[in-house]
Design a protein around this ligand. Structure first.
Ligand SMILES: C[S@@+](CC[C@H](N)C(=O)[O-])C[C@H]1O[C@@H](n2cnc3c(N)ncnc32)[C@H](O)[C@@H]1O
Length: 272
């Protein structure tokens, strides 16, 4: 554990225990009952701890990230899903009508959001849109055996998934939103793909380009929830209001009270 705390790892004890549990193939809660490591297991444990001390993400070492009760396969080339994004999913499930519904996860990455919705709402039709070839490999792997329609393409392009325009009940999106040049922890800076994290000088390039596309996809009364940087509590709701096709726009904080995602409801089109 000392080696991890010296390396600046934020949660050295938890990480060491999770690596030990992974090597021993037991749940972390049963570590105390586990037999001692064999020499081969001890060697593997030290090797993984050394890589963690080099600030490789724990999730890459274990091969999965927990998300909304699921284990999402992750590794080089894909953004590691974060616990705070579960709040966006929880909100989305709360506004989703019961029964059949159409849901779109834009900027899907590993597919974490799409998979969570598909598991919680088996009757929903869930689309996952992603453009990066590396991320798409992980998305396909995670979606395999799950009822998710994968769409490879630019989420801001009006021709991508245009077949659902005007019919979508819920769009969820955790896009890249960090302002370029922001200093990040080594796990993120070295291992999350640049295009999954950064979005122009103010971090708003992708969200700004998505607003009109989402307004076209949603049915009147449909909902949009989008995660954003904690510096965007005014800017993202402002972009949604400026479009003119969204009704009540609300910004939501995370458990630490930091601004985290904005939501809005599609208004009916005016008829003259
Ligand atoms: C912050 S990651 C989020 C991934 C996933 N939604 C999650 O919450 O873990 C953003 C993802 O958006 C993808 N992306 C960025 N711009 C995109 C665009 N214009 N169209 C489609 N995907 C895009 C990136 O490749 C990356 O996988």
């Amino acid at each position: 554990m000392g080696v991890l705390s010296k390396a600046g790892v934020a949660s050295p004890r938890v990480d060491a225990e999770l690596i030990a549990a992974f090597v021993l193939d037991v749940p972390r809660g049963r570590l105390v009952l586990a037999p001692p490591m064999t020499p081969a297991q001890a060697c593997r444990f030290h090797e993984l701890v050394a890589r963690r001390a080099d600030r490789m993400p724990l999730q890459h070492l274990l091969g999965t990230a927990p998300f909304y009760g699921l284990e999402i396969a992750v590794g080089p080339g894909v953004f590691v899903p974060r616990p705070e994004t579960e709040l966006l999913v929880e909100w989305g499930l709360g506004v989703l009508p019961a029964g059949s519904a159409t849901v779109v996860d834009l900027c899907s990455g590993s597919g974490a959001i799409a998979l969570a919705v598909a598991h919680e709402r088996p009757q929903a039709t869930v689309y996952a849109v992603e453009q990066d070839p590396g991320a798409l490999e992980w998305l396909r792997r995670n979606a395999s055996g799950n009822a998710i329609e994968i769409v490879a393409g630019d989420a801001t392009d009006p021709s991508v998934l245009s077949t659902v325009d005007g019919r979508v009940d819920l769009v969820l999106c955790n896009p890249p939103y960090v302002p370029a040049g922001t200093r990040l922890e080594p796990e993120v800076a070295r291992h999350d793909p640049y295009s999954a994290v950064f979005a122009g000088p103010d971090g708003l390039d992708v969200i700004a380009a998505l607003v009109a596309r989402v307004a076209a996809m949603l049915r009147p009364g449909g909902w949009f929830g989008v995660e954003h940087d904690d510096s965007h509590a005014i800017a993202v709701p402002g972009l949604l209001r400026a479009d003119g096709r969204f009704g009540p726009v609300t910004d939501h904080g995370d458990l630490a009270g930091r601004p985290r995602f904005a939501t809005a409801r599609r208004l009916a089109d005016c008829t003259s």
